[in-house]
Structure formats: structure tokens, C-alpha cells
Design a binder for this molecule. Structure first.
Ligand SMILES: [Zn+2]
Length: 368
């Protein structure tokens, strides 16, 4: 049982403190609290920040300045687009469960470059596609709204990330349910200097499991494709780093494919003798070698990046089909290999999307 320190404010008190600091910043009446050597000395043994702020890396959005706070006041997590991946969620869990911060503010901002780049649909290089994939659900939502696409996506992104944090298991969701933790989305405006708390979006999250029978959405399909791409890269990284790549591959197959529901129709690219992998062991063998002698371990290449380009995604209630190309970047040469895919998706009893059809092939080459 985790108990909060006695002098920790409530979430509402913490919010009021942030808002008071922001009001000082807006009016130019900053007091720059807690920035003396004395304060620094006070904090040598421990910290007790009263709020956690997840915000963008944008150089114009430093939360200590926007909220006129000092040393030891706020626990800050920043990345381009204020998104929440495993590492961010772990950081928030540390702040909430161990430092007992009662409030988490997810702070987006006007004219966010990460959101604008995602909304533009432009081709992104290096590791930027991972950021765009995380912001994409907000863009998809914003496209259904009137008004400015980027600004609506900034708001939706903050709300969806807040919802993602609020429903995160096993640590944060129970703290929220117990009333000891509050998660709020907010938006910072450069022109006014003001931070406004946004209304939370009711209902489910595109990241979490949905109830069985709930129609599959395009956003969910994109998320599973990104998870598949991340999984292939992760297997290769584990292999390169002499980690337990077989365990990573087993997790990849078990969380993304529907072998737990029955037969999966899987036709991998580089298979000649055993073309169709209808059971889990043969699928696993394809990725890392195993029961099928011809397998060299597709994911052990290794690949540094995988990106999906869908020709189209068809949604049919509780199933979905996607067709297109995916591109695999070789770690050593940096060259991309284009491969064609067809994926089928179903929703399992646990609400999670899983692959039940996967056909992969090298494109037709008339001169070969
Ligand atoms: Zn930004």
C-alpha cells in the first residue's frame, strides 16, 4: 500500500499552484521561487515535486518558466510531441507511485512542429516515423473536426495521451481510480503565455483494448502495424546485443498474432519449402529460426526500421484487412527493401487486435 506524504497537496491544489505560477508568467510578475543555493541544499537528500508535467521538447515550452517554479517543484518529462511510450509511462509511474505527485499535466502547445509534421503526411526520416505514429491517432481524430487541423490535433493529442496515462495498467489506472492521482490535458499558447486545461475526452482510448464486438478502427490497425514494425526491430536489437532475442520474438508472435485464437494464415516472404505457417512454432521459426530447417531468422538480419505504406485498409466490423508495401531498412547497409503485404486483423476476447492473416511477398520483377 502506497501512502502519500502528509504535506503533499491534492491534485486540485497542485493545479491551482501551477495556474498561479502561470498567471505570474503571463503578467510578467515572476517571483522565480526556489532557485537559491539554500533551496539547492534543502533538496540534497530528497525531492518532493508537487506535480508531473509531460510536455514537448520545443525550446519555447520550458515548464519551470511557464509555471514560474524552481528546483524540486515539478517532475518534468519532455519529448517531441509530448507522447507517452513505455519509458515515459515508467517515468510517470515513478513520479506518481514513489514521489506521490498527485497531478499529471499533459501539456501540448500551439504550432507544435511534431504535430504539424504528422498532420502534413510528409515522409519522415530516421527515427521520426516513431513520433509521427504516436501522434497519428490525434491527427486522424482532428481530421473529422471543423477548424484548424494542427491546433485540433495538438488538443486531441494532449487528451489522448492523458487518457492513455489515466488508463495505464498496472500502476496508474488504480491510482486514478483510488482518487489519489489526476491526469489533465492542457495547451500552452505562445501568443498569450497562458496554459489552459482542456476538457477530457470521454470514452475509450485508441491504444487500449476495446470491448469485444466493438468495430475495429483504422487507428487501431495503424497501431498494430507500428507495434509489428517495432517488434521486428526489437528482435534484431536483442540479437545484436546478445539479449534474449527468442523471448522478444515469442512475445512478438504471442501479442501480435492470433495463434491463441486458432489457425493463422501466415505466408512469409522468404519461405520455399514450408510456405504456409499455420501454427505458432513455425511462425516463431520464421522470425528467429527453429523448427523449420530452411529458416535463417528473418528478424535477425537485423533491420533498423520498418515502415508501412498502406494501399488501403478495409474495415468490416470486428475484422479488418490491410494491403500495401512495407519497407525494411538493413542495419548494415542502410538500404530499404520493399515487400508487399496483406494483413487480416481480428479482435480477440481480451479486446486486443491480432493478426489472423499475413501474406508477404517480394514484388514481381519482370527481368529476373
Ligand atoms: Zn511541440
Amino acid at each position: 500500500m502506497i501512502t502519500a506524504p502528509v504535506n503533499m497537496p491534492t491534485a486540485d491544489q497542485a493545479l491551482a499552484r501551477l495556474q498561479a505560477g502561470n498567471a505570474r508568467f503571463v503578467s510578467g510578475q515572476m517571483t522565480h521561487p526556489h532557485q537559491t543555493p539554500g533551496r539547492r541544499n534543502e533538496l540534497i537528500r530528497s525531492q518532493q515535486p508537487f506535480a508531473t508535467v509531460l510536455t514537448c521538447s520545443d525550446s519555447r515550452v520550458p515548464p519551470e518558466i511557464l509555471f514560474d517554479q524552481g528546483l524540486g517543484d515539478i517532475f518534468v518529462i519532455r519529448n517531441a510531441g509530448n507522447i507517452a511510450d513505455e519509458i515515459v509511462l515508467g517515468s510517470i509511474e515513478y513520479a506518481a507511485a514513489h514521489l506521490h505527485t498527485p497531478l499529471i499535466l499533459v501539456l501540448g502547445h500551439a504550432k507544435c512542429g511534431a504535430v504539424a509534421a504528422t498532420a502534413s503526411g510528409a515522409q519522415l526520416d530516421g527515427h521520426l516515423p516513431a513520433i509521427a505514429a504516436a501522434i497519428q491517432p490525434a491527427v486522424v481524430k482532428a481530421k473529422t473536426m471543423p477548424g484548424d487541423l494542427v491546433d485540433n490535433a495538438v488538443r486531441e493529442n494532449a487528451k489522448l495521451v492523458a487518457k492513455q496515462i489515466e488508463t495505464s495498467m498496472p500502476i496508474l489506472a488504480p491510482l486514478v481510480a483510488a482518487g489519489t492521482l489526476k491526469v489533465l490535458p492542457a495547451r500552452y499558447d505562445f501568443a498569450t503565455g497562458k496554459v489552459d486545461v482542456l476538457p477530457m475526452t470521454p470514452g475509450g482510448t485508441p491504444w487500449g483494448p476495446m470491448p469485444t464486438g466493438q468495430p475495429i478502427t483504422k487507428t487501431e490497425v495503424l497501431r498494430v502495424q507500428q507495434a509489428w514494425a517495432d517488434g521486428i526491430v526489437a528482435i534484431g536489437q536483442a540479437y545484436t546485443n546478445r539479449g534474449d532475442y527468442r523471448a522478444v520474438a515469442a512475445n512478438h508472435v504471442d501479442t501480435l498474432y492470433a495463434y491463441n485464437l486458432g489457425t493463422v494464415l501466415f505466408k512469409p516472404t522468404k519461405a520455399a519449402q514450408n510456405q504456409f505457417r499455420l501454427n505458432r512454432e513455425e511462425a516463431l521459426s520464421y522470425f528467429v529460426g527453429g523448427v523449420v530447417p530452411e529458416d535463417k531468422g528473418f528478424a535477425l538480419q537485423p533491420w533498423s526500421a520498418v515502415r508501412f505504406v498502406n494501399a488501403e485498409i478495409l474495415l468490416h466490423g470486428n475484422t479488418a484487412t490491410a494491403m500495401g508495401n512495407y519497407f525494411f531498412t538493413d542495419v548494415n547497409t542502410g538500404t530499404e527493401t520493399k515487400v508487399e503485404f496483406t494483413f487480416g486483423y481480428v479482435r480477440g476476447a481480451d479486446g486486443k487486435l491480432r493478426i489472423n492473416v499475413h501474406h508477404s511477398a517480394l514484388p514481381y520483377n519482370p527481368v529476373a
